[in-house]
Design a protein around this ligand. Structure first.
Ligand code: NAD
Length: 430
């Protein structure tokens, strides 16, 4: 009897299991090489570290941290650092795999990686977070570097965390190494437009999807007459909501970890952002009704942007979804089963590896600008971002026509086609 020699170490999380299921489905749809698929199902390298931190009260707490490189076939690993209580090795490995697919899909010379620490950052003071970030950076220092693996912000981290990582790495090397991270503040080599890039990209692809549906004769939409909801009001969700608002789309509900707010007439998103910045939560926002995240998903709207965490649309709530276009701001927000069901109901799903690729595209621009010591205006960054996203969207739409499959499967096929050429050309070592 054949014996599977894998221990199951990577595959304990639903996100990983979904990623492998999606890969198998794409492989079957396009008749891909089983050897290539086999290699892509497990990460190249992973590091698990203990991160001890002296807390403000003098006690020592030890946190679990991870860095995973899924593939470096196309270039250095690239992927965010997540601070979240649910982080584990399998989830980080799945997210690293999504990064490989994303970078390949949008044509970047980068591989896929991800990192994280299992904690609730809201329970740590600024000083504790700084100590945690610096110690974590030292623990994973042999894995990261501008030519090796370049972290960026993700859930629970931002430019300040990247600045601490860059400083710690630079101290160890004896000179400033801004290229070790992206998503840095402008003052230390960040790129204009990077903080907004993911949310902007999420909306660029909604505009492309509307054009595509018109061209295919499937539906006639006009963003100015459409309604939208956004789940997750952080770095991605708040910007996506604002970009929709700017374009005249009526954003009727948004939510965060604690629940959502709803106004049938449309929310004033800049005002909601001001409220969020002051109060750190949407709770108590005056010009709207309080709703739950589940109520938000069930609202009858044209566009839904899940921009919080993975696995929020599953077999349990997929039948409640009434949006016609879903742009996946978060990584893995829809399980495979829910995706197939929603697509069978005519819902257009713009997959995460395409919809939220704006962040890694501008991270790549930041890396390039840093290497050249030549910085671009925000207009140049946005124009180049729009160009790369349009190209990736069109390639995905062509694949979807060629294989008569949904955009999610098409994006994976397009990505693996490029990656597999590179894998076959480089060959297997030794
Ligand atoms: P963030 O920490 O800035 O914001 C996350 C938001 O989601 C917050 O509003 C939080 O309250 C909310 N949230 C968390 N758990 C929730 C839950 N269970 N239900 C509802 N809301 C919840 O993080 P972010 O950077 O905006 O990342 C959001 C998603 O986008 C993640 O999946 C991340 O991997 C993905 N992503 C981020 C970037 C980026 O550039 N930041 C790039 C690509 C993908």
């Amino acid at each position: 009897m054949a014996h599977d020699l894998r221990s199951g170490l990577w595959s304990t999380s639903p996100l990983y299991q979904n990623a492998v299921m999606d890969l198998d489905f794409a492989g079957k749809t396009a008749g891909m090489s089983p050897n290539v698929l086999e290699r892509l199902k497990t990460p190249k390298k992973a590091m698990c570290v203990s991160v001890p931190v002296r807390m403000d009260d003098g006690s020592v707490k030890v946190f679990e941290g991870y860095r995973v490189q899924h593939s470096t076939t196309l270039g250095p690993g690239k992927g965010g650092i997540r601070f979240h209580p649910e982080v584990n090795l399998s989830e980080v490995s799945a997210l690293a795999m999504l990064m490989t697919m994303k970078c390949s899909l949008v044509g970047l010379p980068l591989g896929g990686a991800k990192g994280g620490i299992r904690l609730d950052p809201s329970q740590l003071s600024r000083a504790e977070q700084q100590a945690l970030t610096r110690r974590y950076t030292m623990e994973i220092i042999s894995m990261i570097g501008p030519e090796q693996d370049v972290p960026a912000p993700d859930i629970g981290t931002d430019g300040q965390h990247m600045a601490w990582m860059m400083d710690t790495y630079s101290m160890a090397k004896g000179h400033a190494v801004p290229g070790v991270v992206t998503g840095k503040p402008i003052e230390i080599g960040g790129s204009l437009g990077r903080p907004e890039s993911t949310g902007r990209g999420v909306v660029y692809v909604i505009e492309h999807a509307i054009d595509l549906l018109k061209r295919r004769g499937t539906a006639q939409y006009d963003l100015k007459k459409m309604t939208a909801t956004v789940n997750g009001f952080g770095k991605v969700g708040a910007v996506a909501a604002n970009e929709l608002f700017i374009r005249g789309c009526k954003v009727v509900a948004v939510s965060d970890f604690y629940g959502g707010i709803y106004n049938k007439a449309g929310l004033n998103i800049p005002d909601v952002i001001n409220y969020m910045n002051k109060n750190r939560t949407l709770k108590g926002y005056p010009n709207a009704e309080a709703i739950s995240n589940e109520q938000l998903f069930a609202l009858e709207v044209d566009i839904l942007v899940p921009a919080a965490i993975d696995g929020v649309i599953t077999k349990d709530n997929m039948k409640n979804i009434r949006a016609k276009i879903i742009s996946e701001g978060a990584n893995g927000p829809i399980t495979s089963e829910a995706q197939h069901y929603l697509e069978s109901q005519g819902v257009t799903i713009i997959p995460d590896i395409l919809a939220n690729a704006g962040g890694v595209i501008v991270s790549y621009f930041e890396w390039v600008q840093g290497l050249q010591q030549f910085f671009w205006s925000e207009k140049e960054v946005n124009e180049k971002l729009a160009e790369v996203m349009a190209r990736a969207f069109n390639r995905t739409a062509e694949t979807s026509d060629r294989y008569k499959c949904g955009m999610k499967t098409a994006a994976l096929i397009t990505s693996v086609e490029r990656l597999s050429q590179a894998m076959l050309l480089r060959g297997l070592f030794p």
